[in-house]
Design a protein around this ligand. Structure first.
Ligand SMILES: Nc1ncnc2c1ncn2[C@@H]1O[C@H](COP(=O)(O)OP(=O)(O)O)[C@@H](O)[C@H]1O
Ligand SMILES: [Mg+2]
Length: 312
């Protein structure tokens, strides 16, 4: 688990004139979430965790503006990320894609001085509503990072179920066995590791570690999976395996992926949003919509230039 998600840092007071939507200080360990597994082997037993629903959900960001201190990095970004589809966020470095992604599961507020305005609706419910728990948002909306971050000394098995404790779910041995198999199968890793579940996660290849992190996210059955350049540290073969996995996963979880690889955006996504921050201005969405249309017939000339590799 990366350092930045293990501790919720103290929140500053609201900044006048902005809706600084910060939670009070908590020491709640948090982290990525997951999904349901229809695509898993047909012989799997019925779901032992019906109390953790995982229906496909739409994520709707409305008027997201973000700051680090006085530095505004996003300006009124609105984007609907439809249920069961893959939405790709593209754009040059520094235009706020990662910040936007982190706002989508309440990780932005971990940064001291960070604040934001706007709403993030998960099937119509604002994840920033007071009364909604931080851990709930993070369980419903999981995150996979650029660098695979399994617990290296922990077994593959325990890595997969590491999130259960954090979300307060108690499970029997049989239930855990089931979840481990289903999550690994959904992440496209089961066959490769089923005979060495007790070996450390750190012994896997980079691509396998990334799929282990996906499995760990899936074990708590998220509704949305956020992926921030999940393949940029991987070789082409591992990248291809993850892309194929995403194609299966989107049947059970809504996916939002940041990628700098234009071919990847075209291969994996149905929706696409082009972010840009020009000349010290905060990042905003220049154009968004159907991925094929964005690449074949973009409306804005800047989108045309970017998707054709002319800058960024
Ligand atoms: N923790 C942070 N503290 C201060 N500024 C930050 C922090 N993270 C990102 N930024 C700034 O926010 C802007 C957007 O960054 P980021 O969201 O990482 O963009 P991208 O993912 O598109 O490369 C950049 O100007 C970056 O320097
Ligand atoms: Mg980034």
């Amino acid at each position: 688990m990366s350092d930045d998600i293990t501790t919720v840092l103290p929140a500053a007071g609201d900044t006048p004139g902005r809706r600084a939507r910060r939670e009070p200080a908590q020491a709640t360990p948090v982290f990525p979430p997951p999904t349901e597994g229809d695509l898993v082997q047909a012989e799997l037993p019925p779901d032992p965790f019906p109390q953790l629903p995982s229906d496909l959900a739409t994520l709707d960001a409305r008027g997201i503006t973000a700051w680090f201190g006085d530095h505004q990095v996003l300006d009124r970004v609105s984007l609907t990320m439809p249920a069961g589809e893959v939405t790709a966020l593209i754009g040059p470095s520094g235009c706020g894609k990662s910040t936007f992604l982190r706002i989508l599961n309440r990780m932005h507020e971990l940064v001291p001085s960070a604040s934001l305005a706007g709403e993030v609706l998960l099937d119509g419910v604002d994840i920033y509503d007071t009364g909604r728990k931080l851990t709930e948002a993070r369980r419903d909306i999981g995150m996979v990072f650029q660098k695979p971050n399994p617990f290296p000394a922990m077994s593959i098995y325990d890595n997969v179920i590491a999130g259960l404790r954090l979300t307060g779910v108690r499970a029997s041995r049989d239930e855990k066995d089931y979840l481990v198999e289903r999550s690994l199968a959904s992440a496209g890793l089961w066959k490769e590791v089923k005979d060495r579940l007790r070996q450390p996660g750190g012994g896997l290849s980079g691509g396998q570690q990334q799929r282990l992190c996906i499995a760990r996210s899936l074990a708590v059955k998220p509704k949305v999976l956020l992926m921030d350049e999940p393949c940029s540290a991987l070789d082409p073969t591992s990248t291809r395996v993850i892309e194929e996995t995403m194609g299966e996963l989107q049947k059970e979880v809504t996916i939002v992926i940041v990628t700098h690889n234009m071919q990847q955006a075209q291969r994996v996504s149905q929706q696409c949003a082009f972010f840009l921050a020009s000349q010290g201005q905060p990042g905003h969405i220049v154009e968004h919509g159907d991925t094929a249309a964005m690449f074949d017939s973009p409306i804005d000339p800047r989108t045309y230039d970017y998707v054709n590799g002319r800058f960024g």
